[in-house]
Design a protein around this ligand. Structure first.
Ligand SMILES: C[S@@+](CC[C@H](N)C(=O)[O-])C[C@H]1O[C@@H](n2cnc3c(N)ncnc32)[C@H](O)[C@@H]1O
Length: 443
């Protein structure tokens, strides 16, 4: 294999003396395709990962300077339930970053920046899997986001479970035509499409040059799946996926997970490398067996668990699981109980047009009801949005954040967060579409 040039070390001129195009050296000059209108005004209180609050909403309008007819660029996207959003952490405050960061989950210990989701990275690029609520003209409406208002968005890509989720990669032999090397997918890869609800928060603690947490996603299959050749197996497996209802049906058909089939911790920690190694050591192509599996998420589990339909294979099971270190899996702090003082309850009612008060304020822009606003506030706070520093050294300080039109004041006690006041927020910053909007990535 040829050595790749290291642009930082070598001149970027070609042998003929021309300067190499920026693209070839990886010095990409990006232009945001749009600026996010988000229910979160500032970093404080913004969820550390999209899975923390499914009510967090945003809108992204594709700029006309990118495409004359922005709606053309979104054609077909409405067929997907989730999208990847690539964006710039434009409010990092500085461009510097450290090779090792302190994710709050490590409680002050350090780890390499690339093993975290820290916003402070060499190229300040964020990646969020958001639920696509709807596409309207040249605009996308999203939920389950962790980005602040005004975030420059660089790209949108459809989320495709078959490509993007290791636990969904099922490659039964026979789906590959070995002679002409064609891949004929009749995949059994799915998962429940729901973005994690507020009740499924993951405490994570990201703030200034530190932090990270894990994504607990429940991917959804594209709506327009074509069925595979092996209809019966496909259908049977389909029944087995995702929801408790599905599992009930599967159980009725005698297809549910058998007792004792849940992998132990050691197995869950086993990565693809181990599998490949085991395969070659055993000289057995366990991938033959993958096609006989269905994928069944377990109750209260972030991971989708493969359940053998035919010949069970523990090795094959392990192959489909993504692996994360223990420090990511284990929450550093317990989920907090969230309380509202009677005063805060009254404030919330006043904020909503549903309020019983005669003096009704402007209604929410992103939330559909006061109840949704309440759930969003609960989700944000129960995940403990404070930095480790704040949690450890400034425990008794008031915490403020703004979500939609609500400016929330709260405090934290032992195992709980209490909302004290909810005031109308000052108007979210107006969206600007600066002519000079190029974001330079790379050096
Ligand atoms: C830990 S990052 C994770 C983002 C993304 N899911 C990822 O993994 O790349 C999420 C945090 O980044 C911060 N944040 C969100 N939008 C930002 C922006 N535009 N500029 C700087 N920080 C931002 C917020 O504090 C939020 O809690």
């Amino acid at each position: 294999m040829r050595d790749l040039e290291e642009p930082g070390l070598r001149p970027t001129a070609t042998p003929c003396g021309c300067v190499k195009p920026a693209l070839e050296t990886g010095n990409l000059l990006t232009e945001p395709i749009g600026y996010l209108e988000s229910c979160f005004l500032a970093k404080n209180g913004t969820p550390r990962q999209p899975s923390i609050c499914s009510y967090s909403r945003a809108c992204l309008r594709i700029r006309k300077s990118i495409f004359n007819n922005p709606e053309h660029s979104l054609m077909g996207l409405e067929q997907f339930s989730h999208v990847w959003i690539l964006f710039v952490f434009h409010k990092n405050g500085h461009l510097s970053c450290k090779a090792k960061v302190q994710p709050p989950r490590l409680n002050g210990a350090k780890t390499g920046v690339f093993s975290t989701r820290s916003p402070h990275r060499p190229n300040a690029i964020g990646l969020t899997l958001a639920k696509l609520e709807k596409v309207e003209g040249g605009a996308l409406y999203l939920s389950g986001i962790d980005m602040i208002h005004g975030t420059p968005v660089l790209d949108i890509k459809p989320y495709i479970a078959d490509y993007d989720s290791p636990q969904n990669l099922i490659e039964p032999l026979g789906e590959f035509n070995l002679h002409n090397n064609q891949h004929k997918p009749k995949t059994v890869s799915w998962s429940d499409g729901k973005t994690d609800s507020c009740a499924q928060q993951q405490p994570s603690q990201y703030d200034e040059p530190q932090s990270c947490s894990r994504t607990k996603e429940k991917p959804k299959c594209p709506k327009d799946r074509t069925s595979g050749e092996n209809g019966t197996q496909h259908d049977t497996a389909k029944i087995q996926r995702s929801s408790p209802k599905h599992r009930e049906i599967a159980a009725d058909l005698g297809l549910g997970p058998r007792s004792g089939q849940s992998p132990n911790v050691a197995e869950e920690q086993m990565g693809p490398y181990h599998l490949e190694k085991s395969l070659s050591e055993e000289g057995t192509d366990q991938r033959l067996r993958r096609g006989k599996e269905a994928v069944v998420p377990q109750e209260n589990s972030a991971e989708v668990q493969p359940v053998p339909l035919g010949r069970p294979s523990r090795l094959a099971d392990a192959a489909h699981r993504s692996v994360v270190p223990t420090w990511v899996r284990e929450a550093p702090v317990a989920t907090l109980e969230v309380r509202f003082t009677p005063h805060a309850e009254m404030d919330l009612r006043h904020l909503s047009s549903e309020g019983e008060s005669e003096v009704s304020h402007a209604s929410f822009k992103y939330f559909q009801s006061a109840e949704e606003a309440r759930r969003a506030i609960e989700a944000v706070l129960s995940a403990d949005p404070r930095s480790v520093y704040r949690r450890k050294l400034c425990q008794d300080r008031l915490f403020y954040f703004t979500v939609d039109i609500a400016h929330v004041t709260c405090w934290f006690g032992d195992g709980f967060a209490e909302v004290l006041r909810i005031k109308p927020a000052s108007e979210p910053v107006q969206m600007t579409d600066p002519a000079e909007s190029l974001v330079s990535l790379g050096s």
